[in-house]
Design a protein around this ligand. Structure first.
Ligand code: DNO
Length: 388
């Protein structure tokens, strides 16, 4: 049994083609119908069309990433009941087309956040990085979120002020662009006003409220997913701590344990993202893998180096604070325990020189991911041989 090697594809508009993905050694594709507005039902016709496109290149649509959860569901406001019914309908349609792994996240407003999409490594390649002082500077001085300074300690505010003091106008604009690009695959960025307004809607939603909203959503959709044999895997918060004063509920080992305690359905599962959890407590990852055994349906393999508690840089897949060898070893064991092949994908990759001229989504240029996939396949092969 082998982990199913996957690569993410953003659909027909992606500069990386399905041929590229296959030639990188992937057999599985991770994609989504990014063109469908969040909240609408994914129709059987649209799902089939995408699936056929992938099969015609000799691969399988292994994982849906993501079937996004509408903000109204996260806030339990407005049309959330209809939106949940739509979500169920999309799951039914996916199952009808034979697709049974679905990733979602429950991060309010923004998906992942980085403050620099082009941190230059020593060898000239680039990576994504997160500097908490930059985020705070953005929050307090660029976004001007009312009450923002109350979200941070005096020391944090000082660091942020020092950070901002030396930024040029262009650098401030660049920081803003990086933060606003919160949704991979989304064609339009938010603007500052829209972001401010969306954040305000969470003013009265506490962490506990958001948690209850997640459990309510799962209470609605998981019984349907159970029935369909579909796995609904939550992606952890990235970064794994609150940003812009928004509540976060899937950041830590404790968050995920609580979710599994509260919602016992078999479809309630985890996308084990080593980069997201690794930016929190990388040393805990092997124990987390053991604790969540039976609940992991997909692996995102990525590494980070932490500069401090809340500052990190994405690093080479095999070099960083995450012990990738142990993770891979445990992932293989986990797959054997479950008796079913599990998908994995290299999450992100460096931007390498000859990819600079090709368009790409931050983190998803081609060559960096080819390198990462090759490295991960290599260690898997070696480990499988050693495990016998
Ligand atoms: C970032 C990705 C995330 C992930 C979503 C899942 O590169 O890992 O955007 O796809 O959070 O819903």
């Amino acid at each position: 049994m082998e982990l199913i090697k996957c690569m993410r594809w953003f659909g027909p508009g992606d500069a990386v083609s399905l041929k590229d993905i296959r030639q990188a050694g992937a057999t599985g594709v991770v994609t989504a119908l990014h063109q469908v507005p969040v909240g609408n039902v994914w129709t059987i016709d649209d799902i089939r069309e995408r699936k056929n496109l992938i099969s015609s290149e000799g691969m399988t649509w292994s994982v849906v990433e993501s079937l996004p959860v509408h903000e109204d569901i996260k806030k339990r406001s407005g049309n959330y009941r209809t939106l949940i019914e739509n979500y169920k309908k999309s799951l039914i349609n996916l199952a009808e087309c034979g697709i049974n792994r679905v990733v979602y996240n429950f991060m309010p407003v923004l998906d992942w956040v980085r403050t620099d999409h082009n941190f230059v490594n020593e060898d000239g390649s680039s990576t994504l990085s997160y500097t908490h002082a930059a985020l705070i500077y953005f929050d307090t001085e660029i976004l001007n979120r009312p009450g923002a300074s109350e979200s941070y300690s005096g020391e944090e505010l000082q660091l942020a002020a020092a950070y901002g003091e030396i930024l040029t106008k262009d650098e401030k604009e660049y920081l803003t662009r990086c933060i606003l690009l919160g949704l991979p695959g989304a064609s339009e960025n938010f603007n500052l006003d829209a972001l401010g307004a969306m954040i305000r809607e969470y003013n009265d939603i506490s962490e506990d409220d958001l948690r209850e909203n997640l459990y309510y959503f799962l209470g609605e959709v998981c019984p349907v997913a159970d029935e369909l044999d579909v796995y609904l895997s939550i992606h952890p918060d990235d970064p794994p701590f609150p940003v812009l004063g928004l509540p976060r509920i899937a950041s830590t080992r404790n968050d995920i344990s609580r979710q599994f305690e509260r919602v016992g359905n078999k479809s309630n599962t985890l996308c084990f993202c080593t980069g997201s959890f690794g930016a929190g407590q990388p040393e805990e990852l092997p124990d987390m893998l053991r604790e969540f055994s039976g609940r992991i349906q997909f692996f995102h393999l990525r590494n980070v180096t932490k500069q401090s508690k809340k500052d990190f840089r994405e690093s080479e897949h095999l070099k960083g604070d995450v012990d990738m060898l142990s993770v891979m070893n445990l992932a293989i064991e986990e797959m054997h325990r479950g008796g079913e092949e599990l998908p994995m994908r290299p999450d992100h990759g460096f931007l390498l020189e000859s990819d600079r001229t090709r368009s790409y989504y931050p983190g998803y240029s081609y060559l960096g991911r080819v390198k990462a996939l090759a490295e991960l396949r290599g260690i898997e092969t070696a480990l499988r041989n050693l495990q016998g």
